[in-house]
Design a protein around this ligand. Structure first.
Ligand code: DLL
Length: 433
């Protein structure tokens, strides 16, 4: 079932017409109502008249996170505060938070975007969804919440934390959809298995997981541990929050709702569009946002797009899994390493728990790369040889996938921190010098 079949299956030509019409409107709106965008466009000698079709988007300036910081808090708003009904913010790791304001219409488009994702997962009004994303300035909780209400489902607005209670209510209320980060889903799964309630007493059938990169191996792990189908949900505060795109039952790429959020992939260095299907940095232009339109916003997320029609019938472009953010890429002894690559190897190997922590340091002018893992209880051994063989197995596999061998450290069971939101997988001590 599709929430908005007309747009989700629209042919490319009609979609481009719609995008062209909306791009012209949003550019005019931004130019006339935001001094920030007017100044940026004037600097590039572009006026709204130069934008006639969606192909003209390349004439527009890029927007970056620093622009939001420099104009903190409300400098990018294009609607008067009297029209803004909600503020969200994302803190990131450093510096001032970025703040995003939405009008009532923006919120309803966002809710529809999440509704489209939920329908694509096979959810209906008969479902009960436990929303275990954090509520508050973070968009996860309220975003997922609005989507569930839009399709007429029942929301359990749990927010994150209080893991024991999450399990209890999930069981007692018969939740069949779980919305949270994949790392929290893993923690909840572990807690269920450690509890005295058998998995078969839970009614979960769908997971809507996102807010951080995750791999297909992690999907397999979560599907098995929770006896569900696990689907991706993608989004970012600057564009709206969760629901910029979601997977369908084919689980083969995340459909982006491109009638509202127009995606481009550019080379992160030259900022030129890459060839179709190639990997690069994802850039979004919001085609309908009133409160705080984003023109060519550089997400820093690295991925590629697939315009082939999906077997589900949707024509909406599919985004491949996000490798990571360009800011999360580690360069270790000259080799580019993404935490998601480490995750993918660890989850391939049955001997290890699906948790890991990476520590990078510099000793005697050489980078050190340590990966901490936990053994599954059935593989514990007192025999040194067996443990060494396991370490060697994982290190060799990492060498072939990533191109560099880490030092493997097997740590105590459950000593790697479990996350209730976005997991922190890396400690880079080199940054301290
Ligand atoms: O994480 C919004 C969200 C909430 C999405 C709940 C999905 C579910 P931010 O905190 O602004 O917003 O972080 C956005 O998180 O640029 C990506 O780097 C990453 N991210 C979000 N979803 C995914 C995903 C929310 N499905 C940043 N896969 C984005 C990989 C994701 N990375």
């Amino acid at each position: 079932m599709m929430w908005n079949e007309t747009v989700e299956t629209m042919n490319r030509e009609d979609m481009r017409k719609l995008q062209s019409y909306r791009l012209k409107r949003v550019v005019e709106h931004a130019y006339h109502n935001s001094t920030f965008y007017r100044r940026k466009m004037q600097e590039m000698d572009v006026t709204p008249n130069d934008i006639q079709t969606i192909d003209d988007i390349v004439k527009l300036p890029f927007t970056v996170k620093q622009d939001l910081r420099d104009n903190y808090p409300f400098g990018l708003m294009a609607a008067p505060m009297s029209e803004i009904v909600r503020l969200h913010a994302s803190s990131g790791t450093t510096g001032k938070p970025i703040v995003v304001g939405s009008t009532r219409k923006d919120l309803s488009i966002w809710a529809e975007a999440v509704a489209r994702c939920l329908y694509a997962y096979g959810a209906t009004k008969n479902d009960i969804a436990q929303v275990s994303y954090g509520y508050g300035l973070f968009t996860g909780g309220l975003g997922a919440h609005a989507g569930v209400e839009t399709i007429g489902g029942t929301v359990i607005p749990m927010s994150s934390g209080n893991t024991e209670k999450q399990i209890q209510l999930m069981h007692d209320f018969g939740a069949n959809i779980l919305c949270c980060t994949p790392s929290y889903a893993l923690f909840l799964a572990e807690t269920i298995h450690a509890s005295n309630i058998p998995l078969k007493e839970f009614k979960l059938r769908i997971g809507a997981f996102g807010a951080e990169p995750w791999t297909d191996n992690m999907r397999k792990e979560l599907e098995e541990k929770l006896n569900i189908k696990a689907y991706d949900i993608y989004g970012l505060t600057e564009i709206c929050g969760p629901g910029v795109g979601g997977e369908c039952e084919c689980q083969n790429g995340t459909h982006l709702w491109e009638d509202h959020f127009f995606p481009e992939i550019v080379d992160p260095v030259t900022l030129q569009p890459v060839a179709p299907g190639e990997q690069g940095e994802l850039v979004f232009t919001t085609l309908t946002k009133e409160g705080m339109p984003m023109l060519r916003y550089r997400t820093r997320d690295l991925t590629s797009l697939n315009y082939d029609k999906c077997p589900c019938g949707r024509t909406a472009v599919r985004m491949n899994r996000i490798l990571g953010r360009s800011d999360d890429m580690l360069i270790i002894r000259g080799v580019n390493v993404f935490p998601s690559q480490v995750e993918s190897v660890i989850l391939e190997l049955p001997e290890f728990e699906p948790h890991y922590f990476i520590i990078v340091d510099r000793v005697n002018n050489t980078d050190t790369f340590q990966v901490q893992v936990e053994l599954r209880p059935e593989y514990y051994s007192d025999e040194m040889n067996k443990v060494l063989a396991l370490k060697k197995k994982i290190a060799t596999r990492m060498q072939s996938v990533i191109g560099i061998q880490p030092e493997i450290r097997i740590v105590e069971p459950r000593s790697i921190e479990r996350s209730m939101g976005k997991a922190k997988h890396v400690q880079d001590n080199r940054k301290l010098y």
